[in-house]
Design a protein around this ligand. Structure first.
Ligand code: PMV
Length: 337
């Protein structure tokens, strides 16, 4: 049995970091995806190859107690492997079934870009592996297992990345610290998003911990910032539904300023954010955990090229994208392999 599943990356239009503290967020899938090919094996080994996620090849062998015996020293490739391994562990525990498998992962997003690659890897791995074992997990179960994967690996994670990667679309997400719900947004007006990427020095976990430490050390200052982000997300929802791009852009700028105040921007990101505005974007902000990684600009089609050029001049990697496409999906299922 061989299954190929894919899941999209995401951008956060508004509300990252505050979402960890129970505030709403607006998030969208992008047209860059992670593909996981899963072929069952007759032994109890899991092999992982993910060349463009910096995983040259690794074999995890499980003993009869379900403990992993690592066959290779994977050094700096630990990060992507740890999500895949945890996704397999949680899925087989949930289904009460374990079989060895060869997993090949391909991504058309840069790794660690703040585009939700780790969530997409987790979601697509869970979908492919469960299907290969002959189970039909519904989307809520896939999203939950993927969220637990992220929580176990990162220590702290909101359900934002894993749910958008599972369900796709452009959604307003609410999260009360335990449960989450997603509400698709229907936006009638045409707009474009340009992503700019700069190398990221820090992991999501480190950025989330940075905000947590700010909050612990300066609760009277930082809590109102988080509350304000929550408020502006609700305003942004109304602005987008009304098709008021000028106001939606202004709210992005305010969101960026507040994220900078939380200490999660960087000079390189700020340079791209300001350049996009100078070249006519309605608004721009960092997107994702920050500390480098991605920024987004909200614009109309006439200005896309000039914003792309501005990002390139500043040594960022511009990524044009369509947003709001499919969540997790099966690309192929071959029962004869
Ligand atoms: O690094 P990313 O794009 O996966 O962003 C994580 C988003 C945060 O809000 C910072 C953390 C979270 O778990 O929601």
């Amino acid at each position: 049995m061989e299954v190929v599943a894919s899941a999209p990356g995401k951008i956060t239009l508004y509300g990252e970091h505050a979402v960890v503290y129970g505030k709403p967020a607006i998030v969208a899938s992008i047209d860059k995806r992670v593909y996981v090919r899963c072929r069952l094996r007759s032994d109890k080994s899991i092999t992982i190859r993910a060349l463009n996620l910096q995983v040259p090849g690794i074999i995890l062998t499980y003993n009869k107690d379900g403990e992993v015996i690592l066959k290779t020293d994977y050094g700096r490739v630990l990060s992507a492997v740890s999500y895949i391994r945890e996704a397999i562990n949680l899925t087989s525990r949930y289904l009460n079934e374990f079989k060895g498998a060869d997993l090949t992962i391909e991504s058309n997003m840069p790794v660690g870009a703040g585009l939700g690659t780790s969530a997409a890897v987790s979601v697509a791995t869970i979908a492919a592996y469960s299907k290969a074992l002959g189970h039909d997990l519904d989307l809520h179960n896939i999203a939950k297992l993927a969220w637990n994967t992220e929580k176990n690996i990162q220590g702290i994670a909101s359900p934002m990345d894993t749910s958008i990667s599972t369900f796709g679309g452009i959604v307003y997400l609410t999260y009360d610290g335990v449960n989450f719900s997603i509400d698709p947004l229907h936006i009638d007006v045409e707009f474009n998003i340009v992503i700019g990427y700069v190398k990221r020095q820090y992991k999501t976990k480190e950025m989330v911990e940075k905000v947590k430490s700010y909050l612990q050390r300066h609760p009277d200052l930082v809590k109102p910032i988080i509350d304000l982000i929550g408020d502006l997300v609700n305003d942004a929802k109304k602005a987008l539904i009304k098709g008021d791009l000028e106001y939606a852009g202004e709210l992005m700028n305010i969101n960026h300023g507040l994220l900078d105040a939380l200490g999660v921007s960087s000079k390189e990101l700020n340079d791209l954010v300001y350049a996009a505005r100078a070249f006519g974007a309605y608004g721009s902000k960092l997107s994702g955990a920050g500390g480098g990684g991605s920024m987004i600009a909200l614009t109309d089609s006439e200005r896309v090229q000039q914003i792309i050029t501005a990002i390139r001049i500043l040594n960022g990697l511009p990524i044009g994208t369509e947003i709001g496409g499919d969540g997790v999906r099966y690309e192929s299922i071959d029962k004869n392999k």
